[in-house]
Design a protein around this ligand. Structure first.
Ligand code: B1M
Length: 213
């Protein structure tokens, strides 16, 4: 069991998508819990990739192929991450804010929310404030969920909230935010309704702000 998780970790770090897929399939078959495969095999590998990037040992192409390898593995884990008793919990509009192309965390949050019974409207990455506004107008979503991975794109969350206010739709929805540099304090500062540090707590937060049990 440990060897398989280690192999997944190494393959994500080396950006070997096919090996990741092969090992993730083997780990699922071996009965290793999806959360262990995800957190110990893949999320920790990307954290290490981030450190190597900071230290100048990895560059953007290496980060990118590691990210692709993780996404290949995540696709296989999706069914296993779904909760058993799924009932409709509401609709969530989700996107990575303008200027930001990181989508793995956002995809993971979307996947876990979907698994918990939420309907997802995924706007993708680099989402301009007016796109969030249009999505609120076009859907009957209860939540707008924004992700940012760069300190330089966090202000786009504030700009988006202001755009939602200016267009008169702010009070129709709850707003939740997250992403590595984002904090609870920042959520308060910009007037979001909630912050979650990871995907499972994002599910708990979404349920609590929509009062879903
Ligand atoms: Co970039 N990158 N990157 N990158 N990248 C970081 C974020 C960085 C910390 C690396 C580093 O220096 N150590 C750094 C940011 C520094 C900063 O601003 N403080 C950085 C940089 C600098 C950059 C570029 C500027 C590099 C360059 O071009 N010179 C560039 C920017 C491009 C852009 O966006 N405009 C860039 C590009 C890229 C790639 C494209 C190569 C690739 C992204 C590919 C992709 O996403 N499809 C990439 C990657 C892979 C990373 C790291 C290595 C990994 C990010 C990741 O996917 N983590 C990252 C280093 C790191 O994080 N340690 C780094 C795994 C993911 C599961 O975690 O996204 O944190 P995370 O999501 C978590 C939580 O944050 C939370 O739940 C998730 C699951 O638990 N969460 C939410 C996320 N969104 C949420 C929303 C919620 C609630 C919770 O509610 C709505």
């Amino acid at each position: 069991m440990e060897t398989l998780v280690k192999d997944i970790h190494t393959a994500v770090m080396e950006g070997q998508s096919e090996v990741v897929q092969e090992k993730v399939k083997a780990a699922i078959t071996a009965g290793i819990p999806a959360e262990i495969i995800l957190n110990e095999g893949m999320v920790s590998a990307l954290a290490e990739v981030g450190h190597l990037f900071e230290e100048g040992e990895y560059f953007v192409p290496e980060m990118l192929i590691s990210a692709r390898a993780m996404q290949a593995g995540m696709a296989l884990l999706k069914p296993a991450l779904k909760e058993a008793d799924i009932k409709s919990s509401g609709k969530v509009i989700i996107g990575t804010v303008k200027g930001d192309l990181h989508d793995i965390g956002k995809n993971l949050v979307a996947m876990m929310l979907e698994g918990a019974g939420f309907e997802i409207v995924d706007l993708g990455t680099d989402v301009a404030p007016d796109k969030f506004v249009s999505a609120v107008r076009e859907t009957n979503a209860g939540i707008v969920a924004m992700s940012a991975l760069l300190t330089t794109t966090m202000p786009s969350m504030n700009t988006t909230i202001n755009a939602l206010k200016e267009s008169g739709v702010r009070d129709q929805i709850k707003i939740m935010i997250g992403g590595a540099p984002v904090t609870e304090a920042y959520a308060h500062q910009i007037g979001a309704d909630g912050y979650a540090p990871d995907a499972s707590r994002a599910v708990a937060l979404a349920k609590s702000i929509l009062s879903v049990s």
